[in-house]
Design a protein around this ligand. Structure first.
Ligand code: FMN
Length: 224
């Protein structure tokens, strides 16, 4: 399965079976976690067999069932931590999908106190991503229109690569499915991505930037 195919088949799943994640799949995830941590200055951790983090009243309110495993998206505090968390967390979400696993980003509805995560004094736990074998595969989310999330300086010419990038971003998970992002195509293959104010919109921005890059593929463009 390619990463593009993974984007199409991925949907948030909140109910999980008790099937364990096989050691070879855990190793594959860990190898990518190691790469993301060194490239993005992150401290992402795969936590297995920690159901306590999802047994609080808060987690039940969040409709999570049978969660035992998750990725803890931890990183060094800094101005762009939320965006990095989104970018690298989503790379792991897509890898999990390729491995036949299901996922869901979780911003609030879990117990921080009961999550078996190591957080150094200069670090912050941004989010969790639950991972495992879902009871089902989830359902596609409602998507905004291209022109609600993108702008082009010259409307007479919209390059295919830009449209592909925006379409890939529209498949991405965002908190509350808010899709509060905007891609603007400027002169000379320069693209500006922004997020408006809201719940976890900076994390969403990192997620949709990864999707945009993957959707564009080999075409050269520059983030500004
Ligand atoms: C940063 C972030 C935080 C999220 N937090 C929660 C959460 O606390 N509880 C929850 O049930 N879903 C949460 N979600 C999942 C979104 O509701 C979901 O991604 C969105 O509705 C789109 O659906 P899809 O993922 O199936 O495409 C979160 C998603 C993101 C990206």
């Amino acid at each position: 399965m390619t990463l593009i195919e993974a984007m199409h088949t991925r949907h948030s799943v909140r109910s999980y079976t008790n099937r364990d994640i096989e050691p070879e799949k855990q190793q594959a995830l860990q190898a990518l976690i190691d790469r993301c941590n060194s490239e993005g200055n992150m401290h992402i951790q795969l936590v297995t067999n920690n159901p306590e983090a999802f047994e609080s009243r808060m987690a039940r309110y969040g409709k999570f069932r049978g969660v035992r495993n998750f990725l803890a998206i931890v990183g060094k505090r800094g101005s762009n931590l939320d965006e990095r968390a989104g970018y690298y967390g989503e790379r792991l979400v897509l890898e999990a999908q390729r491995l036949g696993l299901n996922t869901c980003w979780v911003g609030l509805t879990y117990s921080k106190r009961k999550a078996a995560v190591t957080i150094e004094s200069d670090e912050k736990l941004v989010c969790l991503i639950v991972v495992g074998y879902g009871v089902n595969a989830g359902v596609p989310h409602k998507v905004k229109l291209q022109n609600e999330v993108s702008k082009v300086k010259n409307i007479d010419f919209v390059p295919v690569w830009f449209t592909n990038g925006v379409n890939a971003a529209l498949l991405a998970p965002t908190a509350l499915n808010q899709q509060k992002f905007k891609f603007t195509l400027l002169d000379g293959n320069k693209v500006h991505a922004s997020a408006s104010l809201g719940y976890f919109t900076k994390v969403d921005l990192g997620i949709v930037k990864l999707h945009f890059e993957l959707g564009v593929g080999d075409e050269k463009f520059e983030w500004v």
